[in-house]
Design a protein around this ligand. Structure first.
Ligand code: NAP
Length: 284
């Protein structure tokens, strides 16, 4: 079986990948409690002591807004951490997959596919793009967008965040003039299963099959879970982000390459969440 070292395996995306692919792959987790990727020595030790075929690198500083205030910390993890891992893994002549983000695009020229030119606008996005440049064409870069899943305790994804507000009867103002591409994490895992086996030093977009405004997404969530739509108000990009325009406005993301797995639309993803929750299928 393929041996895959995985960083970020306790996170929103990584923990689900591990949960879904453990029959197909032997995972060797790089745990933050033991290895800080920003620390060259501990990375070198981890890579030296473990036998693996591919390093799947998901670990990162992911708090997009907070990153503007914690620039050094964000850079240390996303840029230095990625460089430390990549250097050691390539020295060992092993393969590298870097999980990146739709945020590398500026949102002014959508739709974006794998051949589009990144132009990140916020600090988090800039550090993720720096990470991409470290990998260059010597590894695989997989860009994902707005990942969501049925359930994950430590943090709320976008879908869960909206759902929680509505379930608690709280009003929310949702953007009507911004576009995002939500991606069901199970689909990311199954696409990666293919990409791990058919490895190639290329850029891939592994993203949901539809792009929507957050307002439309909130409407769909309310419909799917029979929640009160009247709680959903409207806002605009200029109104909502008046002081910090660090998030791209139109992230319509496509893939010209990912034909291995059918990615779900938000309607399909919400149906699958309902099914998993009803069946109480394994979740973390
Ligand atoms: N979530 C999104 O909306 C989104 C969108 C596009 C792309 N991505 C990318 O997808 C990847 C996974 O995101 P996620 O949302 O699953 O992340 P997450 O839930 O925030 O988890 C981050 C992971 O990185 C680990 N980590 C952080 N700093 C570390 C360090 N210094 N050394 C070792 N491990 C460290 C964390 O360990 P602990 O749990 O121990 O802290 C955790 O496992 C990231 O690279 C992110 O940039 C995410």
């Amino acid at each position: 079986m393929l041996k895959v070292a995985i960083s970020g395996s306790t996170g929103l995306v990584g923990s689900r990948i591990q949960e879904l692919l453990y029959h197909d792959v032997v995972f060797i987790p790089l745990l933050r409690s033991k290895v800080d990727i920003a620390d060259k020595e501990s990375v070198s030790e981890f890579v030296g002591q473990n036998d693996f075929d591919i390093m799947l690198h998901l670990a990162g500083y992911t708090a997009v807004d907070q990153a503007e205030k914690e620039r050094e910390e964000c850079k240390k993890i996303n840029v230095d951490g990625t460089r430390n891992l990549f250097d050691e893994v390539t020295k060992k002549k092993k393969k590298f997959i870097y999980i990146s983000t739709d945020f590398v695009f500026d949102g002014k020229n959508s739709p974006y596919d794998e051949s589009s030119q990144p132009n990140p606008i916020g600090w988090y996005a800039k550090t993720k793009y720096e990470g991409e440049k470290i990998i260059g064409n010597k590894g695989m870069i997989v860009r994902i967008a707005y990942p969501y899943r049925a359930s994950y305790g430590p943090k709320k994804d976008l879908i869960k965040g909206i759902r929680s507000y509505l379930e608690e009867g709280k009003k929310i103002a949702m953007l009507t003039d911004t576009i995002i591409t939500p991606t069901f994490i199970d689909d990311i895992a199954f696409s990666l299963k293919h990409l791990l086996v058919h490895f190639s030093n290329e850029v891939y977009h592994v993203v949901g099959s539809g792009s929507y405004s957050p307002y439309d997404i909130a409407q769909k969530i309310a419909e799917a879970f029979k929640l009160d739509k009247s709680l959903i108000g409207k806002t605009t990009y200029d109104e909502f982000y008046k002081n910090s325009k660090i998030r791209p406005r139109d992230l319509t993301i496509k893939s010209k390459k990912n034909n291995s797995w059918k990615m779900k639309s938000i309607d399909e993803g919400l149906e699958e969440i309902k099914r998993q929750v009803k069946l109480k299928l394994p979740q973390t």
